[in-house]
Design a protein around this ligand. Structure first.
Ligand SMILES: [Zn+2]
Length: 198
């Protein structure tokens, strides 16, 4: 259980009225002051259920709605403090949206949401798992030997299988397996940039 679920209420910074912690309710019901995000977890901020497969239509709708909520045009008479909160919230919102839209960042965030640390979140550049290394070398050779269309098709097939494995491991909460698949995804994405141009 994440901390914000245990502590479901906070006080409005302006009038101290209790406000339920809900990323879609960003204004105090009493004084209407814009509230800062209490969490930078992308699933919480964009109010989507933590899953590797997302309904991106829903993610986009949340994003557009929240972005509009924080837009300076919405409150031209706001105090300097409220404008600072709006700017900080917008930065958090944009970062969270970028994370959910990115296959690798989304997977790492999904592990973090469950209190798990992905080993690939460090900026390691070499593969130290011999099986993964062999796997990637074989795939790289296979792609290099194929024509462009075939290489792309084959690469996307591997990518889809890896993302499917991440999703499956997450649904079973098998964190060791998920971590391995997430590391594999990182190298697959890099391979994609090298071999089929992303
Ligand atoms: Zn208030």
């Amino acid at each position: 259980m994440r901390a914000q679920q245990q502590e479901a209420w906070c006080a409005c910074w302006s009038c101290q009225h209790p406000i339920q912690k809900d990323s879609m309710v960003l204004r105090c019901p009493v004084c209407n002051a814009l509230q800062p995000y209490y969490d930078d977890d992308p699933f919480t901020v964009l109010a989507v259920a933590p899953s590797y497969t997302l309904d991106f239509k829903q993610v986009d709708e949340s994003y557009i709605r929240l972005q509009a909520e924080m837009h300076p045009d919405r409150f031209p008479l706001a105090s300097a403090k409220e404008k600072r909160i709006a700017a900080a919230n917008t930065a958090t919102l944009n970062a969270c949206y970028g994370t959910l839209r990115h296959p690798l960042k989304r997977a790492v965030a999904l592990m973090a949401h469950a209190g798990q640390r992905a080993s690939t979140s460090n900026e390691q550049t070499t593969i130290d798992d011999p099986d993964l290394l062999m796997d990637m070398m074989t795939l790289r050779e296979q792609l290099a030997d194929s024509d462009v269309a075939e290489a792309k098709r084959c690469y996307l097939e591997h990518l889809a299988a890896c993302e499917g494995a991440i999703d499956g491991a997450h649904r079973q909460q098998d964190w060791d397996a998920m971590d391995r698949h997430v590391t594999r995804l990182r190298y697959l994405l890099r391979l994609g940039e090298d071999v089929v141009g992303g």
